[in-house]
Design a protein. Structure first.
Length: 334
């Protein structure tokens, strides 16, 4: 265990921005400029960005295609409609409020219950009706949206996460981020909420990123604030060697998202509901690069393998089978 931790720490040092770019490329690490120029600009037509940037449009598109997604309770676009909506939220008991054009997990409010004093957040804090109204108003003003433009607030079903995560998640709902190139999943990680992240699965806010073996669906080592971790800081339980349920179904959902929106390089976020199974949460046309740190493996090597293929499989099952060979071919990279 000590040797594995030391190896990961050494790799994280290699990821430092001060390292010469040639060495980074040799390690197979994808940098931001190369991601933007060689993959996002190349494979993602700007005309199709609204399909993933607008979470409401994404959800409706997925529902029409038969993909499983969290239930939508309602939306609000006009300030005067906020008080009436908040009154209705009391009957739901628990729910999630999010901006339709948000990014990086900003503006997401998770309510786990309603008390006589107000709405209870996933962190345990109580928020009044006025507090909820103020939060929705901020969403509509564009405080959390891409470019700061006026936005729409979405109210969704709160997912009851799969019990497999009970010991390795703090209050919030874990999710699985997968990078997909031309319909082939190439790398995945599990994002675990912590007290530091306020129960959100957002790495920038302090969640844990845990690499996932593409072939087996088992978790590898994890990182938190770019530091290697083997135990969840709030529960004390190991985060490695956890079998993700319905792994092939999760890979199938991520591959289907490419067919759904026609964007060649995307990040797909999946959550596991204890009753409903895997649900597609959202897609991202500009997925971040920290997934490489969580997996201790560069994305570029796997992406290059896909690009080098003259023809890719058409069927989703064959694409998933191909994805699992990428794991094998780069497992000894570091």
């Amino acid at each position: 265990m000590f040797e594995q931790k030391s190896s990961r720490l050494n790799w994280l040092k290699a990821f430092d921005a001060k390292m010469p770019w040639r060495r980074l490329e040799k390690l197979g690490i994808l940098g931001m400029n190369k991601r933007n120029g060689d993959f996002i600009a190349k494979y993602n037509p700007r005309a199709k960005y609204p399909l993933v940037d607008d979470k409401l449009q994404t959800k409706r598109l997925a529902e029409d295609a038969g993909l499983a997604v969290p239930k939508l309770y309602g939306t609000v676009k006009i300030e005067k409609d906020i008080p009436e909506l908040v009154k209705k939220l009391i009957s739901y008991g628990d729910f999630v409020i999010k901006p339709a054009h948000g990014s990086g997990g900003e503006g997401i409010l998770v309510v786990i219950g309603v008390t006589q004093h107000g709405f209870r957040k996933s962190s345990g804090q109580i928020v009044s009706e006025q507090g909820i109204e103020h939060h929705i108003s901020n969403i509509l003003s564009g405080m959390y949206s891409l470019g700061g433009l006026p936005d729409t607030a979405l109210i969704e079903q709160r997912v009851q996460f799969d019990p497999v995560f009970a010991d390795i998640s703090y209050q919030g709902v874990p999710d699985i981020r997968t990078i997909v190139l031309k319909g082939v999943p190439v790398m995945a990680m599990l994002r675990l909420p912590t007290h530091a992240s306020d129960g959100k699965a957002n790495l920038h806010q302090g969640a844990i990123g845990v690499g996932i073996d593409l072939n087996t669906g088992k978790t590898l080592g994890g990182v938190m604030h770019e530091q290697a971790v083997a135990l969840h800081p709030d529960t004390g339980f190991p985060i490695t060697d956890v079998q993700i349920p319905d792994w092939d179904l999760i890979l199938k959902l991520t591959a289907q998202c490419y067919d759904l929106v026609g964007l060649g390089y995307i990040g797909v976020d999946i959550i596991l509901d204890r009753n409903l199974g895997p649900l597609m949460l959202e897609m991202n046309a500009r997925p971040g690069l920290s997934i490489q740190i969580a997996n201790q493996c560069g994305l570029l090597t796997r992406l290059n393998q896909i690009e080098a293929m003259i023809e890719l499989p058409n069927s989703i099952d064959d694409r998933i089978a191909l994805a699992k060979t990428l794991q094998i071919n780069t497992s000894q990279q570091f």
